[in-house]
Design a protein around this ligand. Structure first.
Ligand SMILES: C[S@@+](CC[C@H](N)C(=O)[O-])C[C@H]1O[C@@H](n2cnc3c(N)ncnc32)[C@H](O)[C@@H]1O
Length: 340
C-alpha cells in the first residue's frame, strides 16, 4: 500500500535537502527491516552519473546555510541521539572484548573484527609511546575500550575518560570500574590536568569547525611539556560542505566534519609539532559491523525500534561509500608539545 505521508515527506526532503538525504530518510521509514546483500549493494554500488547528480544537490549555498543552522544545537543532544540507543544493541555488532566503535586495523580478509580492533589499539598504544606510569586522558571514551586495553596491557598510571553519553558512562564506570565522567571536552575544563598523554579515537569528528582551534589549544595547555597527544579521526578531503554532510545529519545531528588541513593548522597554531600523520582504511570495519548486525536482525529488533535498526543498516553502507569516494579519510596523528 502506498504511504502518502511518507511520499510527501520524501518530496519535501528532495526539494529542501537533496536526493541523498531524501532517499536515506525515506528508507529509514521502511515498513520492513533492511539488511542483506541487496541493501548493501543498493547503497554502495551507485552509478557514477547518478552520484554526480546526487552530490550536486542541494546547491552549495543551501548546504552551507543548512549545516550552519544545524551546528547551533548543543553537543549533548546529537551525542544522545546517536549513542544512547541501547548498550546491548551496540554489543550485537561491536567486537566482543573491547566494544570499539571506531575504525579497526584489518590486514587481510582472514582477520576477525576482534583481531583488527586489538591491532588498532596496539598501534595507538605504540603511538602514545608509554613507559607505564603516565597520567592519561581520553576524550570521548565510548564504552571504555582503549582505557580497558591499556589497563589490560598493564598500564599503571591514572587513566581517565570523558564522554557525553550516559549509557556509555554507566558501562565504563559500573561494568569496567574505570574512572570516567560525563563532561563536554569542548566546553568543560579538563579535570585533573596536567596530563602526560591526551588522546581521542573517533571523537573529534564531533567538534564543530569554529571550536577546533580552541580545542587544540586546550589540549596543548593541559599537557605537560614533552607530552604527546594522539588522535584518530576522519576529516574531509575534497570540500568543506559536501552533500554527504547534509545527509549525515540523519545519523549525527549537529556534527560537521572539518577539512584535514584545518585540523593540522589548528594543532600547529596551538604550538604542537606534528610528529606523524598516517591514513587508514575504514571500509572493512564498516562492512564487518554491517555483516554482524544484519545477521542479528531478530535480536536487534527486540532491543531497538525498526527505524533505529534501519538507520544503522543504511549508515554503514553509505559511510563505506563516503570513504570509497575519498570524500573523507581516516587519520592517526601524533602531536608533541615541545619541552620548552
Ligand atoms: C565514535 S565514539 C568513539 C568511542 C571510543 N573512543 C571508541 O574508540 O570506541 C565517539 C565518542 O566521543 C564522545 N564525544 C563526542 N563529542 C564529545 C564531547 N564534546 N564531549 C565528550 N565526549 C564527546 C561520544 O560520547 C562517544 O563516546
Amino acid at each position: 500500500m502506498i504511504n502518502l505521508q511518507r511520499l510527501s515527506r520524501f518530496a519535501g526532503n528532495l526539494a529542501a535537502r537533496g536526493p541523498i538525504y531524501a532517499q536515506i530518510a525515506y528508507s529509514i521509514d521502511s515498513a520492513a527491516p533492511l539488511g542483506g546483500e541487496a541493501n548493501w549493494n543498493f547503497w554502495t554500488k551507485q552509478s557514477p552519473v547518478g552520484l554526480r547528480f546526487a552530490r550536486s544537490y542541494p546547491l552549495k549555498s543551501t548546504r552551507e546555510k543548512y549545516l550552519t543552522s544545524m551546528l547551533k544545537a548543543d553537543h549533548a543532544s546529537g551525542i544522545e541521539a546517536h549513542y544512547d540507543v541501547s548498550n546491548d544493541f551496540y554489543a550485537l555488532f561491536l567486537d566482543k572484548k573491547y566494544r570499539f566503535y571506531t575504525c579497526a586495523e584489518f590486514q587481510n580478509g582472514e582477520d576477525t573484527l576482534e583481531k583488527a580492533q586489538e591491532r588498532k589499539a596496539e598501534h595507538i598504544r605504540s603511538l602514545l609511546d608509554l613507559e607505564g606510569d603516565e597520567k592519561i586522558l581520553e576524550l570521548g571514551c565510548g564504552w571504555g575500550s582503549m582505557l580497558k586495553f591499556l589497563r589490560d596491557r598493564g598500564h599503571r598510571g591514572h587513566l581517565k575518560g570523558v564522554t557525553l553519553s550516559k549509557e556509555q558512562l554507566s558501562y565504563v564506570k559500573d561494568t569496567l570500574g574505570l574512572d570516567a565522567s560525563l563532561s563536554d571536552f569542548v566546553t568543560d575544563p579538563f579535570e585533573g590536568a596536567p596530563y602526560d598523554r591526551i588522546y581521542s579515537i573517533g571523537a573529534i569528528e564531533h567538534v564543530k569547525p569554529d571550536e577546533l582551534e580552541g580545542l587544540y589549544q586546550k589540549i596543548y595547555d593541559a599537557l605537560r611539556p614533552g607530552g604527546l597527544s594522539v588522535h584518530q579521526f576522519f576529516s574531509l578531503e575534497l570540500e568543506p560542505y559536501p552533500s554527504a554532510m547534509v545527509a549525515s545529519q540523519l545519523f549525527f545531528p549537529g556534527s560537521l566534519l572539518v577539512m584535514h588541513d584545518v585540523h593540522v593548522k589548528a594543532a600547529e597554531k596551538a604550538g604542537f609539532t606534528v610528529r606523524r600523520d598516517s591514513i587508514h582504511d575504514y571500509r572493512p570495519t564498516l562492512r564487518a559491523w554491517y555483516e554482524r548486525l544484519t545477521g542479528k536482525q531478530e535480536e536487534a529488533l527486540k532491543l531497538v525500534d525498526l527505524r533505529t535498526y534501519n538507520r544503522y543498516m543504511i549508515f554503514f553502507p553509505v559511510s563505506w561509500l563516503f570513504f570509497q569516494l575519498e570524500e573523507a579519510k581516516l587519520h592517526r596523528i601524533v602531536l608533541e608539545k615541545p619541552v620548552s
